[in-house]
Design a protein around this ligand. Structure first.
Ligand code: GRF
Length: 221
């Protein structure tokens, strides 16, 4: 049987997505193994979550580096040494240098709380409310040099109701994130996903539109 692929998960905060991935991996003995969790903040709660599961962790404080490039080089070294097949950004609050993203091109994914290309960057929930949107959601995409702009693999939508606040909307999106991210990692581990010619491919077919979360229903999770 094929060995599970090794993944590294990069976080900066609470790590609820990390927890969802840990739980999914444990419950379903999936085709991936979390080899390492890395945080740029030593007090990130996600590190505690990883420690609780005996997953190796590394903390690398970006404030100790004068230049963004130096931090990224040090981070790259840690990841290279871990010899992972996939890098999963899960609330990693850093803008990455083009050298770094190029080094891991096709092997690094990110989850972003908006229906990209809408609302790259921060405060996405409030921005969706301010714009009067009736729906919002999340996108999982391959990471390319431009922030939150790599080819999208999967999106999940949530509706916005008249009483919605940024907090309630964030909670709704989080719930969907916790289903969607483990699924995409599983697809990658099964060899179903690839980045080719700046496009996301699913099962040997270029995705003209991102996959939608309802595909999850087709799978026996
Ligand atoms: C998520 O909303 C994700 O979309 C964004 O950062 C947040 C991380 O949340 N990139 P958590 O730390 O996984 O709870």
């Amino acid at each position: 049987m094929k060995q599970p692929i090794k993944i590294a998960i990069l976080i900066s905060g609470s790590g609820s997505n990390l927890q969802a991935i840990i739980d999914h991996q444990k419950q379903h003995a999936k085709k991936y193994q979390i080899a390492l969790v890395i945080s740029n903040k030593a007090n990130a709660y996600g590190l505690t979550r990883a420690n609780n599961e005996n997953i190796p962790t590394e903390s690398i404080d970006h404030t100790l580096f004068k230049r963004r490039e130096s931090f990224d080089q040090a981070l790259q070294k840690i990841i290279d040494n871990a010899q992972v097949d996939l890098i999963v950004l899960a609330g990693f609050m850093r803008i990455l240098t083009p050298q770094f993203t190029q080094h891991f091109l096709g092997k690094m994914i990110n989850i972003h709380p908006s229906l990209l290309p809408k609302y790259t960057g921060l405060n996405t929930h409030q921005r969706a409310l301010d714009a009067g949107d009736t729906e919002h959601g999340l996108s999982i995409h391959f990471v390319t040099p431009e922030l939150d702009s790599g080819p999208v693999i999967l999106q999940a939508k949530v509706s916005i109701n008249s009483q919605e606040t940024a907090e309630t909307l964030k909670a709704k999106v989080h719930q969907q994130e916790h289903l969607a991210y483990p699924q995409v990692i599983e697809w990658f581990a099964q060899g179903k996903l690839a980045l080719k010619d700046n496009q996301a491919w699913f099962e040997q077919t270029p995705l003209s539109k991102p996959q939608q979360l309802h595909r999850l229903n087709d799978l026996s999770i």
